[in-house]
Design a protein around this ligand. Structure first.
Ligand code: GLC
Length: 601
């Protein structure tokens, strides 16, 4: 790590997204407007004033499209319809208009790597013969022979594994009922991969972009943006062994709830899964994906310079990620290096430095993200004995976090991320300091990763628990009670949510909600999103102190083992600690697990 100033990544761009604070809504779990226990678009509308008051610039909605919900909606059956669970297109339009009238932009999720198996295209493919145009929209292949030369086709076409565990191929029956061809699904069996070499697929996704752009959306979060293009010939991959290492199932195999799809075609297989970032593979981060983004860039440009795309691409190193945000591709990419760094000054400093440098090399703004709907919430990760750990879900028989310690660190990490130049992404509920639900009963779990790995991975349900709006109401006010009645929230909430409910924190000095409000206001007032970072003299990551200047602000985050002095001439303007604001000016030391914003006296 150099001690030099990090490269100035002051976004040269004037567009709104260059420094936007974007709030991620996971629609199932944000707010329920019709009392069925499932969040929906009307629930979102009812809470827009809350988000406006929080001070975010934009909202990003995870998928709300028509879907059998085999993967929480990331299995899209119709890209142009709202699933009745969430409302209607008219509800979407009303939500968009309301958000816009409050000055908030709206980003929707685009899932181009795969459709649902219930999409009309996949249904048509199943009903059509091998080699037909219907089959060519997906990746169907004959199997390899188990008995060489027999033509039995009993082995999958290659050795790829699903990101959710189990094989990445499933076999379908031929027209005469005998075993037929196999199709590729990098995720669940109910998420067949599209064939991106097919011009019809390319044209369809352009048309989907235009459909939502015409309705007025401001941008797209592109799901699995490093997927889509596969290496020619679909070769076996020797990284498979590394992928599955250490993740063999140790718990008894769970049974999927109700008709939950997922684990059905591979029950006899070893149940394993992969880490979010892994070595170069023939199915991720192929150079050919960039052609798609150049194409989409042109589509967005038809609508002016204000529309944007943000890539969900788990790739390394930062220079590879920067390729996605070259001037003629996407506008942003999630900075997962920052998320993966944990509560560790050296790792964080390295992530900040490397990502600012990589983004600056292509003239793009950085993004900063600590939590999302796929990862254990950061107050929980930071409360583990190793605060850099990245578990794939936490169950009751795993190590349980120190909640108070984790929350203190999370609040401090949030001050760091909101003080960095570029765009910040917040995950719903982090402004309340919500922890992961770490004791969800197996019977309540819904994430296909839990089933496909036979419980080796606990999965992502624990970060998707419905939000607590009111400490005193049943379901903590998640559901609007129609006629005094409401169904149970779709996932059970832990008791720890009660005191963290939005209404218990509103107006309460020292609460996490008020800290977020204050930090967002401070970021805006001091234009931190448009600033540039240089390491401060006292920056000493090897002893746990992260310290940087951004404009007139000095940021100190103490991840070490002893208090750090407040440098001469400075006073605390905002602290992540619980002390009342009037005590800040007298603070001469930054305690361990605190972050502060300092201004010259
Ligand atoms: C992305 C989404 C995740 C989903 C997967 C498959 O990683 O964030 O929730 O399961 O893609 O679409």
């Amino acid at each position: 790590m150099s001690n030099l100033s990090v490269p100035a990544a002051a976004p040269a761009r004037s567009e709104w997204w260059a420094d936007a604070v974007v709030y991620q809504i996971y629609p199932r779990s944000f707010a329920d407007g019709n009392g069925d226990g499932m969040g929906d678009l009307r629930g979102i509308v009812a809470r827009l004033p809350y988000l406006e008051r929080l001070g975010v610039d934009a909202i990003w909605l995870s998928p709300f499209y028509k879907s059998p919900q085999a993967d929480g909606g990331y299995d899209v059956a119709d890209y142009r319809q709202v699933d009745p669970l969430f409302g209607s297109l008219a509800d979407f339009d009303a939500m968009l208009q309301d958000a816009h009238s409050r000055g908030m932009k709206v980003i929707v999720d685009l899932v181009p790597n795969h459709t649902s198996d219930e999409h009309v295209w996949f249904q048509a493919a199943l009903a059509s013969p091998p080699g037909s145009p219907e089959r060519e929209r997906y990746i169907f292949r004959p199997g390899r022979d188990e008995i060489p030369g027999s033509g039995d086709g009993n082995r999958a076409p290659n050795n790829w594994r699903s990101i959710f565990g189990g094989p990445a191929w499933s076999r379908i029956p031929a027209a005469d009922g005998s075993p037929g061809d196999w199709y590729l699904h990098l995720f669940d069996t109910k998420q067949p991969d599209l064939n991106w070499e097919n011009p019809e697929v390319q044209e369809e996704m352009r048309s989907v972009l235009r459909f939502w752009l015409d309705r007025g959306v401001d941008g797209f979060r592109v799901d699995v943006a490093h997927g889509m293009v596969k290496e020619k010939g679909l070769p076996d991959w020797d990284g498979v062994a590394a992928m599955v290492e250490g993740t063999a199932g140790t718990r008894p195999g769970p049974t999927p709830p109700g008709d939950a799809p997922g684990a059905h075609t591979d029950a006899e297989e070893p149940h394993r899964a992969v880490s979010p970032v892994y070595p170069p593979s023939p199915f991720f981060d192929q150079d050919g994906v960039h052609e798609i983004y150049r194409d989409w860039h042109r589509v967005l440009a038809e609508y002016g310079s204000d529309r944007m795309m943000v890539a969900e691409a788990w790739v390394e190193p930062a220079e590879r990620l920067a390729l996605y945000v070259r001037p003629d591709e996407m506008q942003q990419a999630f900075n997962f290096d920052f998320l993966l760094a944990g509560w560790d000054a050296e790792r964080l400093a390295e992530a900040v430095e490397a990502s600012l440098a990589a983004a600056a090399s292509v003239g793009a703004p950085c993004t900063w993200v600590l939590s999302n709907h796929d990862t254990v919430r950061h107050p929980t990760r930071f409360g583990l004995s190793d605060p850099t750990a990245f578990p794939k879900g936490i169950a009751a028989d795993d190590e349980q976090p120190d909640a108070a310690l984790g929350l203190a660190r999370a609040r401090a990490a949030t001050l760091v991320s909101l003080a960095l130049p570029g765009s910040a992404y917040l995950y719903q509920g982090e402004e309340l300091g919500l922890p992961e639900h770490t004791t969800l009963p197996a019977a309540a779990r819904q994430d296909p990763t839990f089933f496909r790995t036979r419980g080796a991975e606990t999965g992502r349900d624990g970060c998707r628990v419905p939000l607590p709006w009111s400490g005193d109401l049943p379901g903590y006010g998640f559901s609007d009670r129609l006629n005094g009645q409401a169904a149970q929230p779709w996932l059970p909430q832990p008791e720890s949510f009660g005191p963290l409910a939005a209404d218990r924190q509103d107006g309460v000095e020292g609460s996490t909600l008020e800290l977020y409000r204050a930090a967002l206001a401070f970021r805006f007032a001091h234009k931190l999103g448009r600033g540039a970072v240089s390491w401060a003299d006292v920056h000493a990551p090897d002893s746990g102190l992260l310290a940087f200047h951004n404009g007139d602000v000095l940021v100190l985050a103490n991840m070490g083992f002893a208090s750090a002095p407040v440098p001469e001439g400075y006073a605390v303007a905002l602290s992540s600690g619980p002390e009342p604001a009037e005590e800040w000016t007298a603070m001469r030391e930054v305690p361990v697990d605190y972050a502060v914003y300092l201004l010259r006296k």
